[in-house]
Design a protein around this ligand. Structure first.
Ligand code: ZN
Length: 195
């Protein structure tokens, strides 16, 4: 048992170093993802506001969900959106809900609106996101579906790596303790079986 101690210590040390780097990177990344998505939504809200001010008689589908692509091609164009929004995750995507010139909101398929009177916090891989919703739009069936789609994420089960990364970013000491005990246990079992 004493003979493998240095090797074990080295392995544990390397593992914890790797964990630390991964976690710090992903904790910042989670924050950055949410921030850039909300910035995209604000930019889209501003662009449409400007368009509506300059084109008060514009015909925009009411009480419908309109996808970004359609709004961009038919209405906004590069004049109002010179730089297309970059999607922060594979599941992000922008849609518009329009009830009138002073009552519209862009929302992301994953992060919802930039602010709202309803919220939902859910696991997304190694991150935790909060999406916002507007209660008054729930009467529109496609918006209700958008809420239901995000609701599905609440049942998401993280992989072991995602789980360790997530818990470490919230409570490093306890997570390291649990991981160390777990790794020691696995090494102990492996040693008694194979060595
Ligand atoms: Zn998003």
């Amino acid at each position: 048992m004493m003979r493998i101690a240095p090797r074990l210590t080295l392995q544990m040390g390397l593992f914890l170093c790797f964990l630390q780097i991964t976690v710090i990177a992903s904790a910042n990344k989670g924050y950055e993802i949410t921030k850039s998505c909300r910035n995209n939504i604000r930019m889209l809200n501003e662009a449409l506001k400007k368009y509506v001010e300059e084109n008060p008689n514009a015909e925009i589908p009411h009480n419908e969900i309109v996808q970004y692509k359609q709004m961009f091609t038919m209405i906004l164009t590069k004049k109002y959106i010179p730089d297309a929004p970059v999607l922060p995750t594979l599941d992000c995507g922008y849609n518009l809900i329009y009830k009138g010139p002073g009552n519209f909101r862009w929302f992301c398929s994953l992060h919802g609106t930039d602010t709202g009177d309803m919220r939902l916090t859910f696991p997304y891989h190694e991150y935790e996101f909060t999406a916002y919703f507007e209660k008054s739009y729930m009467t529109i069936s496609k918006y209700q579906k958008h809420y239901d789609d995000i609701m599905r994420w609440t049942a998401y089960t993280r992989t072991l790596r995602e789980s360790i990364t997530y818990h470490y970013s919230r409570n490093p000491t306890t997570t390291i303790g649990i991981v160390v005990v777990g790794v020691l246990f696995v090494l102990f079992v492996a040693r008694s079986l194979f060595w």
